[in-house]
Design a protein around this ligand. Structure first.
Ligand SMILES: Cc1ncc(C[n+]2csc(CCOP(=O)(O)OP(=O)(O)O)c2C)c(N)n1
Length: 275
């Protein structure tokens, strides 16, 4: 599998720019292995990112890649998919980029059910700019902009996108890398808006400030707090307190946006619309 990873990376862009112990590289590995398993060619696959540490993924992934302005990856990816529906479009975004500044784009792309896969790296913080809190920073934890502890409640971003209309929603972690690869694979093959939140560690921006002393300790936290949806069904509520669910959280088939858009174009060519 190591060869699959390197087949899809740009060796001339290594070493990468992430901090030691960052979860982003593991996520890129899971993504390219999932794509390799599906046999998608580099030419038909596009990775779109916004701004942030997670957005640096596209510098080392050897697909067609685009980096857009902060929070705008989904708007750009929607335009790309409408213009070239045959392409496989993947968005990699962060919790600040995707759920903060780009939150509006996230809910409307989910509502429209555009056939895209979004991987949202939830490292609980604005990593690239030095650790300001994001809408996914857990209440009570510390950030440069919350030196006395975060008082705001955090979004459950999976429930948010499901409520907005996403037709495939999953959550994984960097620690559970095999499960993550499978979840990304399932998301990539889903027709419609698919969303995978990945719980990841930012040792520099979050861990240090929250007394999680090493990347390994942060990954052990992921191990100890993640419960699969299947296991959760058999557990009483008290055993689930303080835990988060992983696996496929929601899955449905519903009409996809680019197809409906094509139908409108075809109709417009034949007859006049209503006044
Ligand atoms: C319009 C705009 N506002 C602010 C910034 C500064 N900025 C760059 S990266 C970033 C935070 C990204 O955080 P997140 O999406 O959580 O990604 P991470 O770096 O943690 O992967 C911010 C606020 C910017 N580049 N553009």
């Amino acid at each position: 599998m190591a060869s699959a990873t390197f087949k899809y990376l740009r060796p001339n862009r290594l070493p990468h720019i992430w901090c030691p112990g960052c979860g982003d590289g593991i996520i890129v590995g899971a993504l390219v292995r999932a794509i390799d398993k599906l046999g998608w060619s580099k030419d038909e696959t596009v990775v779109v990112t916004g701004i942030g540490c997670s957005a640096r993924s596209n510098a080392i992934i050897d697909f067609n890649t685009f980096q857009t302005t902060h929070g705008r990856a989904l708007g750009f990816a929607t335009g790309l998919k409408l213009a070239r529906p045959e392409l496989k479009v993947v968005v990699v975004t962060g919790d600040g980029d995707g759920a903060g500044i780009g939150g509006n784009h996230l809910i409307h792309t989910a509502r429209r059910n555009v056939d895209l896969t979004t991987i949202l790296v939830n490292n609980s913080i604005y990593g690239m700019t030095g650790g300001q809190y994001s809408p996914l920073t857990p209440t009570g934890s510390f950030a440069t902009t919350a030196p006395y502890g975060m008082v705001e409640p955090a979004f459950d971003v999976c429930r948010l996108v499901e409520g907005a209309g996403a037709s495939f929603v999953a959550r994984g972690t960097v620690y559970h890398v095999r499960q993550l690869e499978e979840l990304i694979g399932a998301a990539l093959t889903h027709k419609g808006f698919s969303f995978v939140e990945v719980v990841a560690q930012c040792p520099t921006g979050f861990g240090r400030r929250n007394r999680m002393k090493s990347p390994a300790e942060m990954m052990k936290w992921q191990r100890d707090h993640a419960v699969t949806v299947e296991a959760a069904e058999k557990l009483p509520p008290e055993k689930l307190a303080g835990k988060f669910l992983t696996g496929v959280l929601h899955h449905e088939d519903r009409p996809e946006y680019t197809e409906m858009y094509r139908q409108v174009i075809a109709q417009a060519g034949q007859e006049g619309g209503r006044e």
